[in-house]
Design a protein around this ligand. Structure first.
Ligand code: AMP
Length: 280
């Protein structure tokens, strides 16, 4: 695998691949890689002749400096995992390379970035849109892969790509889970093994909530059930649980208001903030 820290050499590599008629698949990550990330890489490898992964812990998307500082960084192990998976290229720039001058650009996605993650992480999606724009400009992939786990992020990047006319196809990849149902996440590395076991309750509660909604239980009642069940566990604090239309993220009071509702949740387990979601 070729490793690039600078934009120029990466672009030269990509120009060469293009000349050879290769298609480019791209997976953007913040590192601390796990099988969920590798699933995106493998999907890209199935669809494209060249796969590029980026690892960049993007400061502009962290509204909480402590969260940025505590974010796990395991570059050497990540490189081994990517090499074993057969990824063709890694772009792992320094902050100074991506933000060589003070950034003034801010994004506003209307309703899409005001609810759920947007409500509790102000500025987060503006930072995501900024770094994804930079990465898409640098890599110019044919297809970019994102995980369903960050569904709101996918909805926002889709809007970004449509409005700015990026010439890229976006693919959403289903969430990979541990056998106990816990969605794989870089943040899981910060959980104790007991917390990790307990955190599987999140996906079990989402599954029960789904059944209740399918059986006609009102959204308000299901919300109470989700919050009460999770917060019965010491160390658990639900930040939000919402049922939304998966396209426009309108929050639903009744699942019949949407063709494809999605259940979204953010939960603190101790001081680790986990998110998950499931389509109805
Ligand atoms: P991150 O490094 O957390 O920014 O994630 C990089 C990409 O991997 C994002 O598109 C995530 O949605 C995706 N991803 C993270 N966890 C999972 C998972 N458990 N299954 C599938 N994709 C994931």
């Amino acid at each position: 695998m070729q490793i690039f820290k600078e934009i120029g050499p990466l672009k030269a590599f990509l120009v060469e691949k293009r000349k050879q008629g290769q298609t480019l698949g791209f997976v953007a990550t913040m590192g601390a890689l796990h099988e969920g990330h590798l699933k995106l890489i493998r999907d890209s490898q199935n669809d494209n002749s060249t796969t590029i992964c980026s690892i960049f812990v993007n400061p502009s998307q962290f509204n909480n400096p402590a969260d940025l500082q505590k974010y796990p960084r395991t570059l050497e192990k990540d490189i081994l995992m990517l090499t074993e998976t057969g990824c063709d290229a890694l772009f792992c720039p320094e902050v100074e390379t991506m933000y060589d001058q003070k950034s003034h650009l801010r994004f506003d996605f209307g309703h899409l970035d005001k609810v759920m993650e947007g409500q509790f992480r102000p500025g987060h999606f503006s930072g995501v849109a900024l770094v994804v724009s930079k990465l898409l400009h640098i890599v110019e992939p044919d297809i970019a892969y994102f995980g369903q786990k960050d569904w709101q992020q996918f909805a926002i990047i889709r809007q970004l790509v449509i409005e700015l006319k990026f010439n890229v196809v976006l693919k959403s990849v289903p969430t990979l889970r541990e056998p106990n149902g816990l969605a794989l996440s870089s943040r899981n590395a910060r959980l104790t093994s007991a917390q990790r076991e307990k955190a599987s309750l999140i996906s079990r509660v989402l599954t029960s909530a789904k059944e209740k909604l399918k059986n006609g239980t009102p959204v308000g009642e299901v919300k109470d059930f989700v919050i009460t069940t999770l917060e019965a566990e010491a160390e658990f604090k639900v930040e939000y649980f919402e049922v939304a239309d998966s396209e426009n993220l309108t929050l639903l009071r009744n699942v019949t208001e949407s063709a494809r509702p999605i259940l979204c949740i953010a939960v603190f387990v101790g001081d680790v903030r986990l998110i998950d979601n499931m389509f109805l």
